[in-house]
Design a protein. Structure first.
Length: 265
């Protein structure tokens, strides 16, 4: 049975449901691809900066220009736009209530799960290195995150269901959404993430009756289950590595555009 990773005498990744080598390699590949994609996008924007502009062109020039524009009217104004226009999307709410609700469910469902994943990963290291605790520290943190994980997961599912319904039953100008293949790729991909995630949770809690334990304590059927492994790997590749190369990248570009334009109309 695979065991966790030992670093300076401290053991981490000893509570994963798949081999930590698979998880670490997939995570590294996903982060690298994400950063490469971000650089490509920034470089593309940088090439669009007019010649003679005071800001340098290229990826770093675009990043500097974006940051300077966001805080052009001060930190307070930037925070107001970030909270009201980005986090709660007040402009969309004024125009189309159902679309606003769908975006909120998908945006906060995705962001919430991402934040909780980062918190859990931090707890995996914090226990042994900061608090000199064994794996039980992480187990306690993970159990405390189960409820919000479920809430954000169901929010994401609800947003996806609304998105599918809008594309299937759209009329008028919205009928083009039915033929937007890239939209379907994103919707189906997110659907795969949440379905396999809930099924993996069902296997852990209902079938094998385990939560987070040492790798050595897992039933072999759970640790080697292809659905659990597929969920972990696919989620990293689709939600991280694929993000800058997909239309789903508007989750980043749209908030940046709003911040750069100081809210706009």
């Amino acid at each position: 049975m695979t065991e966790g990773l030992t670093i300076f005498g401290k053991t981490v990744f000893d509570t994963l449901f798949i081999d930590w080598r698979i998880m670490v390699i997939t995570a590294i590949i996903s982060v690298i691809l994400f950063l490469v994609g971000m650089y490509i996008q920034l470089d593309k924007w940088g090439r669009g900066i007019p010649e003679g502009a005071t800001k340098p062109t290229g990826a770093w020039g675009a990043l500097k220009l974006i940051i300077s524009r966001i805080f052009e009217k001060g930190v307070g104004h930037a925070l107001e736009v970030l909270i009201l226009d980005v986090a709660f999307q007040r402009r969309t709410y004024r125009r189309r209530k159902l679309e606003w609700f769908m975006h909120i469910m998908i945006f906060w469902g995705w962001i919430g799960l991402l934040i909780l994943t980062i918190v859990a990963a931090a707890a995996e290291f914090a226990g042994p290195f900061l608090f000199n605790k064994d794996y039980t520290y992480f187990v306690g943190v993970w159990k405390s995150l189960e409820l919000p994980n479920n809430i954000f997961g169901y929010m994401l599912v609800l947003g996806i269901v609304i998105a599918i319904a809008r594309r299937l039953f759209s009329t008028g100008k919205d009928v083009q959404a039915r033929n937007a293949d890239i939209d379907w790729i994103l919707i189906i991909g997110l659907l795969i993430v949440v379905i396999t995630g809930f099924y993996a949770q069902y296997l852990r809690t209902d079938v094998y009756q385990v939560s987070r334990e040492l790798v050595s304590a897992y039933p072999m059927g759970l640790f080697d289950n292809i659905t659990v492994m597929f969920h972990e790997v696919f989620t990293l590749l689709f939600c991280v590595a694929y993000l800058p190369f997909s239309k789903y990248f508007h989750m980043i570009t749209a908030p940046l555009t709003i911040l750069v334009n100081h809210g706009g109309e």
